[in-house]
Design a protein around this ligand. Structure first.
Ligand code: DC
Length: 221
């Protein structure tokens, strides 16, 4: 069975990374969370107080984003530092959404992502994987769920982390992020023509994975 590339795109908080991780494990493939890469750059700009596009672009050669395995889990690194714990906040997410609109930031990360897929055997999730990073990916999934369902999931995650979120604010944030992700000039989130849409609003995780494993098996045969 030859190795394939699996591109998973979709809205924020659709469970993309959970699905991609499970599928990578099932397939014995490498998993790459591209959102974490944008978040790491967002964190860099927060730490250095960079707000102007020109300053952010000028800093790119100083930024090295990578991944390490820690206790079997993939953690993103920023210039060698494990920043996994710091990129999963609302602030870092919003910052990632803003810097991801900069053309040069996208080109910088897309080039790295394409390199990671050179040998195939990869499951990559993000917003532009099936459209820009791997337009020839053998399996493209486009995940979606209603904004309310996604806001509740994000709310539950934040509570589990000990934060005290307000549901209405989390929902507003989901809607804002959707708007920015789908309306930006550079590689907006959109479904690739040949992507398979999976709406998981009313699926249990098990039901959803069954569907996805079957789709993978069909393509990887
Ligand atoms: O998937 P996430 O929430 O971790 O992504 C954080 C932000 O990064 C999100 O607002 C959109 C952006 N992003 C992107 O523009 N392209 C990608 N391939 C992945 C993420």
């Amino acid at each position: 069975m030859g190795k394939i590339i699996v591109a998973i795109d979709g809205y924020s908080s659709c469970g993309k990374s959970t699905i991609a991780k499970a599928l990578a494990k099932y397939a014995g493939y490498t998993y790459v969370d591209t959102g974490a890469m944008y978040r790491a750059i967002g964190l860099y700009t927060l730490r250095h107080g960079l707000t102007q596009e020109a300053d952010i672009v000028a800093a790119l050669p100083l930024i090295k984003v990578g991944f390490i395995l820690t206790d079997g889990a993939q953690h993103v690194t920023l210039n060698g530092e494990d920043v996994e714990g710091q990129i999963r906040t609302l602030e870092a997410g919003n910052c990632a959404s803003r810097i991801s609109q900069i053309k040069q930031v996208r080109a910088f990360l897309v080039a790295q992502q394409q390199k990671m897929g050179e040998d195939k055997g990869i499951v990559m999730d993000g917003r532009d994987i099936g459209t820009v990073v791997f337009p020839k990916a053998e399996l493209k999934l486009f995940l979606t769920a209603s904004p309310e369902v996604r806001a509740q999931r994000r709310y539950d995650e934040l509570v589990a982390k000990g934060e005290k979120p307000n549901y209405d604010e989390v929902l507003a944030d989901v809607n804002d992020r959707d708007y920015r992700d789908t309306h930006r000039a550079e590689s907006p989130l959109k479904q690739a023509e040949d992507a398979i849409v999976v709406d998981n609003s009313h699926m249990t995780p098990d039901e959803q994975m069954k569907v996805i494993y079957r789709l993978f098996d069909e393509k990887a045969k």
